[in-house]
Design a binder for this molecule. Structure first.
Ligand code: SAH
Length: 380
């Protein structure tokens, strides 16, 4: 399977475009092997049957050209020039189509795109998120101020063409920043969030909260992580860097109790409603820095987890976190990583703290890009 993309050179999002999918998997395997192969034997990477149009989230940037036309797409690698993208091969097809429809509507509604240099204009970005297993779609219009001319008609025109859009949100980002979303959300249509289903549970996704971008592979990732934990129904489990609570909530059926920790306030709010909506009563959430929280646990002896799931961002965890794990001494740690380099660094520290790497399972959650997710089982 080999695919070409008209804008891949400028967009820079797909490092492996033009490379046969099997060869992409091989490249990833080699890379993981070079970084963590010394710890234990690596299971064969789990790839996708159909590796196209998998992303359930897209951020499109819009710009207005001197000739009066609009383009939408992504910033050219390393610049703030917009590359036109109409049909991104790795983004959900309906999300691609919505991004293009919005571009056409901007013209008819005479909405100016935001200019980063001058600070003039309204629309900065559009973010589209799709609940692949529920069909719900969220459109977030990121604007420099809350005055959106003809907003009800705009939403109506958009929904007339894409009736599957379940909510439209106006997000206000008035700062000089490269962050996409601002702090304020105004619901223009629908409930202000969408839901998706994973491993038999329903999850709420708000504009600001993290949700894995490839639901098909995420199910495999989570199932592997939970299988590695080897829970019997009585354990005290910690889910560190829990996002909207996914791993801990899915694991809760097989655990005595789960304590989940996450820094992002919106994600914690979503996690609490996710527990409630799924009728789960044995999971507690703490909004805190994972390192601070686990150090507090190690010092206070409040409780001692039997098993820890940890799924940190790309730059990994911290030496202090790993030191606190050593003190708490759970028999198993399941490390879910999206950053192979930081994983290698952190595994080294774990092996110095009395843990052994027992299993490593790479999962290809990001076909056509160089990114990889890896699940690792550590035992005392
Ligand atoms: N396990 C979740 C989220 C993984 S992404 C899932 O699979 O969906 C990593 C998460 O770590 C994000 O939700 C991010 O907000 C959170 N995070 C980042 N830094 C953190 C910190 N210092 N302490 C706790 N959580 C943090």
């Amino acid at each position: 399977m080999q695919f070409e993309c008209a804008c891949s050179k400028k967009c820079g999002g797909c490092d492996y475009i033009g490379i046969d999918y099997k060869d992409q998997l091989q490249k990833k395997t080699k890379y993981i092997q070079s970084l963590v192969g010394g710890f234990c034997k690596i299971s064969p990477i789990i790839g996708m049957e159909d590796p196209l149009y998998y992303r359930c989230k897209v951020t499109a940037t819009y710009t207005y050209l001197k000739n009066g036309s609009y383009i939408s797409g992504v910033y050219e690698k390393g610049t703030h020039r917009v590359v036109k993208v109409d049909d991104c091969l790795i983004t959900d097809s309906e999300a691609n189509r919505i991004a293009v429809t919005i571009r056409d509507l901007l013209k008819s509604f005479k909405i100016k795109t935001f200019n980063e240099d001058t600070g003039y204009g309204l629309l900065r970005h559009v973010q589209i998120r799709v609940g692949k297993n529920t069909g719900q779609i969220m459109v977030i219009l990121v604007c420099s101020n809350p005055t959106f001319p003809g907003k009800n008609n705009f939403v109506k025109a958009l929904r007339d063409i894409h009736p599957d859009i379940s909510t439209v949100i106006l997000n206000i980002n008035d700062k000089k920043t490269s962050m996409v979303l601002g702090d304020r959300n105004i619901v223009m249509y629908g409930r202000g969030y969408i839901e998706d289903e994973l491993c038999g549970l329903r999850f709420k996704i708000s504009p600001g909260s993290f949700y894995q971008v490839n639901p098909v592979q995420t199910e495999i990732l989570y199932k592997t992580a939970i299988e590695y934990a080897g829970l019997t129904g009585t354990e005290t489990v910690m889910d560190a860097y829990c996002g909207t609570g996914t791993i801990g909530l899915i694991a809760s059926k097989k655990a005595g109790e789960v304590i989940s920790v996450e820094l992002n306030k919106d994600a914690v709010k979503d996690a609490i409603s996710n527990a409630k909506n799924n009728g789960i009563k044995n999971v507690r959430f703490h909004q805190a820095d994972a390192t601070n929280y686990i150090r507090h646990l190690a010092d206070s002896g409040e409780y001692r987890p039997d098993c820890i799931f940890m799924d940190p961002p790309r730059n990994g965890s911290t030496p202090e976190f790993i030191d606190a794990v050593k003190k708490l001494s759970p028999s198993r740690v399941v490390y879910v990583s999206c950053g192979p380099e930081s994983l290698a660094r952190d595994l080294k520290l774990f092996t110095k703290s009395g843990y052994r790497v027992k299993k490593i399972q790479p999962v290809d959650c990001f076909p056509f890009t160089r990114h990889i997710e890896t699940v690792v089982l550590l035992e005392k």
